[in-house]
Design a protein around this ligand. Structure first.
Ligand SMILES: Nc1ncnc2c1ncn2[C@@H]1O[C@H](COP(=O)(O)OP(=O)(O)OP(=O)(O)O)[C@@H](O)[C@H]1O
Ligand SMILES: [Mg+2]
Length: 280
């Protein structure tokens, strides 16, 4: 209580962050005083936190508290629908909102998977995987074949679809379609993978497969997952951010900590109320 200095306190990751073997591919993200609006209506306010590389960070909180808005600000998807952002989002220290940064490149490095699996229905499994890559062009069939196989293996889907690469992606099961969307994101060789409730349209077995996959993927990627499911957050994530909106309906970060800590010994009463089911 001694210091009068005004200091912005940025939640820092705990000790688990330091045990990672530093590899070059996956990147951490730093969110600084991030606020976002739809038109003139604010949706999230002054959020700062560090996303740890090669770890899974869960974003939890009641419906409407700004989880999707926050995650969409992390790869500049928020502005696609005309949203406005203030504050900074850094990918390994580089501001993804800097004027000379191409948002298309940002979305290549920071991939996203949505709530509802959304493979392109008119495209084959194969073409779905390389849909993003083909836009950048220049790769021959052999290179594309390799990318398809590698991405489908990484998404734990290869064995199930290797005999039907030419079939429509829409003919796969819901869980397979979601893994196809993950393969499509991985084909772009992202550094970070954002997932907004990736299991909410899936049955428990398909959900389990995605959770297993997330566990594998975090060896190579930094993962941020929005989830409504608190068991899921505690199963798959290393860190958890809890958002809440007050009467003004603007989402704020209430608490950010190692998942174990946040679920067993939350610092904020509102976190405790939420995780014990007293509201939300
Ligand atoms: N396209 C939009 N236009 C205007 N307001 C929006 C839009 N999308 C979201 N909002 C508003 O922004 C706030 C945050 O919404 P957001 O979708 O980020 O919440 P959420 O935490 O993801 O909720 P849920 O758990 O229901 O998915 C809400 O008040 C919502 O009504
Ligand atoms: Mg949402």
């Amino acid at each position: 209580m001694g210091s009068k200095q005004v200091q912005r306190s940025v939640p820092q990751p705990g000790p688990a962050a330091n045990d990672a073997i530093e590899r070059t591919q996956a990147a951490g993200m730093q969110i600084r005083s991030l606020s976002a609006w739809y038109g003139t209506t604010p949706a999230i306010r002054d959020i700062s936190l560090d996303i740890v590389p090669r770890r899974v960070t869960a974003i939890i909180g009641p419906s409407g508290c700004g989880k999707s808005t926050l995650i969409r600000c992390l790869n500049r998807m928020h502005e696609v629908a005309g949203g406005r952002v203030e504050g900074r989002v850094l990918l390994d220290g580089e501001d993804i909102y800097a004027p000379d940064v191409d948002p298309v490149q940002v979305r290549r490095l920071i991939g996203m998977v949505f709530q509802k699996p959304n493979p392109f229905p008119m495209m084959s499994v194969y073409d779905n995987v390389v849909a993003g890559i083909k836009l950048t062009g220049g790769l021959g069939k052999h290179a594309l074949d390799e990318i398809v196989e590698r991405s489908l293996i990484a998404a734990a889907l290869w064995d199930e679809v290797k005999g039907k690469l030419k079939q429509s992606g829409a003919l796969l099961s819901g869980g397979q379609q979601q893994r196809l969307c993950i393969a499509r994101a991985l084909a772009m060789e992202p550094q970070v993978l954002l997932m907004d409730e990736p299991c909410s349209a899936l049955d428990p077995i398909a959900t389990y497969k995605i959770e297993e996959l997330i566990e594998e993927l975090k060896e190579d990627y930094t993962i941020v997952i929005v989830t409504h499911n608190m068991q899921q957050a505690s199963r798959v994530s290393d860190y958890t951010a809890f958002l809440l909106s007050g009467e003004d309906r603007v989402g704020e970060l209430v608490e950010y900590d190692e998942t174990k800590q946040l679920f067993t010994n939350p610092k904020d009463k509102r976190t405790e109320d939420y995780i014990t089911g007293r509201f939300g």
